[in-house]
Design a protein around this ligand. Structure first.
Ligand SMILES: [Zn+2]
Length: 99
């Protein structure tokens, strides 16, 4: 969707090839304060070489500015401390990153 609300001829998701990756990150459980490494799941959107067919001017302009990026899928982690095992929200992690 455009900022002015008009749908584009090509869905923005079609700009990218989608894959998944796992990245380790250090988190602190807010309950027991144990620090551990958690494998978080990300969706990686790699910009395609070219736009799919049916693209119009606006699509091309938008595509030219598009960048590959990744989005964090997880919003919670389960504490690895066996005496705790509480779920906690992942905070302080960038949930979106350009690659
Ligand atoms: Zn914990």
């Amino acid at each position: 969707m455009d900022p002015d609300g008009k749908p584009l001829a090509v869905d923005e998701r079609d700009y990218y090839k989608e894959s998944k990756t796992v990245k380790p990150i250090t988190l602190n459980c807010p309950s027991c304060r144990t620090q551990d490494t958690y494998e978080l799941n990300w969706i990686v959107r790699t910009k395609k070489e070219r736009l799919p067919g049916g693209a119009d001017e606006r699509d091309r302009a938008k595509f030219a500015k598009a960048q590959s990026y990744m989005v964090l899928m997880d919003n919670q982690a389960m504490c690895k401390n066996l005496r705790c095992r509480k779920r906690f929200d992942i905070s302080g992690v960038k949930t979106m990153a350009f690659i």
